[in-house]
Design a protein around this ligand. Structure first.
Ligand code: PLP
Length: 394
């Protein structure tokens, strides 16, 4: 039976407090061009990442001395894609350079590499998860031109294998950008995702764990780099009494209105993670006897459980594509997992590196399905999804 009310994969989940921040911005006429919500949102995000508040006093970005030993500075931007673009530029990525990037990801991880005129090299997923395979990365370092940067994605909110990936990059002297667009609030061995590379990037797109409708954030320990990103995001306007531009600028800043929405959303992040985790746990228990497994959570990882991903076993009576289609017929929005970048016609010219005989990313794409995971998903809706998946797979 088709459900009357559609169940979405990961819809925005408003807290009710967004309107208070928006009203404050409107009442004080901080609609343009900047405004106090932006710096506050940057500060609150840093404090979320680092665990406690100790403002560093920078105007455009704010830093914290973190228990994990990392200071974070942040710049709010118009999207995660913009944040990736500016962090790549900050590392000097340009024409003719090579950048290694996870093969199994969303195109937003890769497009900015091409904006810079660089060549992406796609690194396969690990056989035991969905994130970058250290063995494939090692092979890429041995067989490809030395990259200017490595973009490592924390897919579906599960931290990548940093204990193995970071030493490889460090031994070649190559900086890392952590694409934590999906992983706000996740931790790896007690340290927040977003803090593992020279730069970290977040997205507040409508489907992410918190949303500003659209937006992003670049974070780094390097306060000067974050200040420069902020400068470039504001059309690289020099501090002069007339319009003066010495560098190429971009219009990538976040509006004060949206930063206000972000502040309300960020305050509810722990609650949103708890709700998504409960959904993951419920799926896992309900599907224990079915020919599928949820993506495993590696030791030391505390994901944010952005999306629950089921991987069908070979003995499953139908394919991931067929299950997705049948759930669609039920008015339930499930999705195939990200289609690997090397399979995208637009990226067909670029190399892809695997460590073994076959692509783990291809196999996951073939068998993986993202189940509705939104923090506003009711218990009743979860029950509907579970019974329909069970009916088709048992
Ligand atoms: C969403 C996403 C992006 C892009 O973020 P936008 O804010 O939509 O530009 C980049 N990388 C990954 C892995 C994402 O999921």
């Amino acid at each position: 039976m088709r459900l009357e009310k559609r169940i979405f994969l990961s819809p925005p989940d408003l807290t009710g407090k967004e309107i208070d921040f928006l009203r404050e911005a409107l009442d004080t006429n901080w609609v343009a061009p900047a405004g106090p919500h932006i710096a506050a949102f940057e500060l609150e995000l840093c404090s979320t990442l680092c665990g406690y508040a100790a403002p560093c006093g920078y105007a455009a970005s704010c830093g914290y001395a973190a228990p994990c030993g990392v200071a974070a500075h942040a710049c709010a931007l118009s999207s995660g894609t913009a944040a990736l673009h500016l962090t790549l530029l900050e590392l000097g990525v340009g024409d003719g350079d090579t950048v290694f990037v996870s093969d199994l990801t969303f195109a937003g991880s890769v497009n900015p590499i091409l904006y810079c005129g660089a060549t992406p090299v796609f690194i396969d997923a690990a056989p035991d998860g969905c994130n970058m395979d250290p063995a494939a990365l090692e092979r890429a370092f041995a067989t490809q031109p030395r990259p200017k940067a490595v973009v490592i994605v924390d897919l579906y909110g599960i931290p990548a294998d940093y204990d193995r990936l970071l030493p490889l990059c460090a031994s070649h002297g190559v900086p890392v950008i952590e694409d934590a667009a999906e992983a706000l609030g996740a931790t790896y061995k007690g340290k927040s995702c977003g803090l593992f590379g020279a730069f970290g990037v977040f997205s507040f797109n409508g489907n992410k764990i918190i949303t500003t409708s659209g937006g992003g954030m670049a974070v780094a320990a390097d306060a000067d780099a974050i200040r420069h990103i902020n400068f470039r995001a504001n059309q690289a306007k020099e501090p002069a009494p007339y319009y003066l531009h010495k560098e190429l600028g971009y219009n990538y800043r976040m509006s004060n209105l949206l930063a206000g929405v972000g502040r309300a959303q960020l305050a509810s992040l722990p609650d949103k993670i708890a709700r998504r985790k409960a959904i993951y746990e419920r799926y896992r228990a309900a599907f224990a006897d079915l020919p599928l497994t949820l993506l495993p959570i590696p030791a030391g990882c505390a994901p944010n459980y952005w999306l629950s991903v089921a991987v069908l076993s070979p003995e499953a009576p139908l394919s991931a594509a067929a299950l997705t289609e049948q759930l669609e017929g039920d008015n339930i929005e499930a999705r195939r997992i990200w289609n690997p970048m090397h399979r995208q016609p637009v990226f067909a010219d670029y190399p892809r590196i695997i460590a073994g005989r076959a692509s783990n990313a291809d196999e996951l794409f073939e068998n993986g399905i993202c189940l509705p995971s939104g923090s506003s998903l009711t218990e009743e809706e979860q029950g509907e999804i579970i019974s329909r998946v069970c009916d088709r797979l048992s």
